[in-house]
Design a binder for this molecule. Structure first.
Ligand SMILES: Nc1ncnc2c1ncn2[C@@H]1O[C@H](COP(=O)(O)OP(=O)(O)O)[C@@H](O)[C@H]1O
Ligand SMILES: [Mg+2]
Length: 361
């Protein structure tokens, strides 16, 4: 039976008209951006699938008085490629060489953006840590540097303290920050109900299927996971010629692994990748491990390094704390569960390591 009416609606890139449960935050942000404010950098932090990209793109769509630009910083990491994405004009030639000073790129950017209301959204901005660029500094201080007014929105999985240097941080202020909570089953139900209503045939799916998906995805708190499970379940039902009901969801869930974003791994240092590799090779069959498991993998690791590693893989969505432990003599013993099958992640790591070995282009 035909289940899927429009597969575009079931893709992650689809931008829905209504942003469920986040309208208040969106309006608040929109007003802050439009109203003149002393500081003009805004930070939206949230774990994967909490609606950051949706919020950024919706702001660009709704704030019509602005010249908007959207940049995915995982794809565009260097100052040069970020600036050329913002300018989005093949006729503007940026200096060729890689080591052009950021200031000379900035002067081209500032000249082009002059005299307009500019809104720049930098998505996946935690990816900027590795590039050691100056783009956030330049955009957030455009006025001080003699440039035009630029409103800057940083979307990231991590707090800016994790990926920006001190001089940049001191310019962006602490007060224009929004933290997105993970979605609960209720939110997820509303989100995928409206997706299903648009993307699936009426009568081809049951309400029970939708609530089952919401419950299964609640642990991740991620709309991305819920939508992916909806899509997989719909495909499952369609290929087997059955209704999309609870049973179809449960069947599809058996082979389901949550989508994993490359950008969640980018900030791992070389030695942390090695550590992650040995962790993956050693986890139990239930995909669980404890804080002290890290110590078992590397006897010499310092506590601060260990907690930073755990924090990084937790924020990135690779693992989730499943139990918060009491302190023991060596620190706090938490329990974690991997959210991605070790095999999937190991092959991803291999690909990443290969890519790193290739010379930078
Ligand atoms: N509040 C919401 N209402 C409707 N759809 C949502 C909402 N939040 C997220 N989504 C959808 O879930 C998917 C993941 O959201 P996204 O904005 O990409 O999350 P993030 O950028 O935080 O990882 C997207 O397809 C998005 O359209
Ligand atoms: Mg995103």
């Amino acid at each position: 039976m035909k289940v899927i009416k429009n597969s575009v609606i079931l893709s992650q890139d689809y931008i829905p008209e209504s942003v469920i449960g986040r309208e208040e935050k969106l309006n608040e942000l929109g007003e802050l951006i439009s109203g003149s404010d002393v500081s003009s950098t805004f930070v939206v932090r949230g774990n994967p699938g909490t609606g950051k990209t949706l919020i950024g793109k919706t702001l660009l769509k709704r704030l019509k008085g602005f010249r908007g630009a959207y940049v995915n910083c995982y794809i565009n990491q260097t100052d040069r490629s970020i600036i050329s994405t913002i300018l989005d004009n093949p006729n503007i030639r940026l200096p060729e060489i890689g080591n052009t000073r950021a200031e000379s790129l900035a002067s081209i950017l500032f000249k082009e953006l002059k005299g307009r209301n500019n809104l720049v959204v930098l998505d996946e901005s935690q990816s900027l840590k590795k590039a050691h660029g100056q783009i956030v500094y330049l955009l957030s201080r455009s006025r001080e540097l003699g440039g035009p007014e630029i409103k800057l929105v940083l979307l990231s999985m991590e707090e800016p303290e994790m990926y920006l240097d001190r001089s940049t941080l001191s310019g962006i202020g602490k007060y224009n920050r929004i933290s997105l909570k993970e979605y609960d089953a209720n939110d997820l139900f509303k989100i995928i109900s409206s997706r299903a209503a648009l993307g699936l045939y009426e009568g081809a799916y049951t309400n029970g299927a939708i609530s089952r998906i919401s419950e299964l995805a609640e642990e991740s708190g991620s709309a991305r996971v819920a939508i992916e499970l909806l899509r997989n379940s719909a495909l499952y039902a369609e290929t087997r010629n059955v209704f999309l009901d609870e049973e179809a969801v449960l069947q599809a869930y058996r082979d389901f692994s949550p989508p994993l974003e490359d950008s969640s791994l980018i900030n791992l240092e070389e030695d942390e990748i090695l550590l992650l590799r040995s962790l993956l090779e050693s986890v139990s069959t239930e995909n669980r491990f404890k804080t002290s498991s890290i110590k078992d993998l590397d006897r010499n690791i310092s506590d601060s390094k260990m907690y930073k590693f755990l924090k990084t893989i937790e924020v990135s969505g690779l693992v989730k704390k499943s139990r918060i432990g009491k302190g023991y003599s060596g620190g706090v013993e938490n329990e974690y569960v991997l959210r991605v099958p070790p095999k999937v992640l190991l092959s991803k790591l291999s690909l990443m390591e290969k890519a790193r070995k290739l010379p930078e282009s």
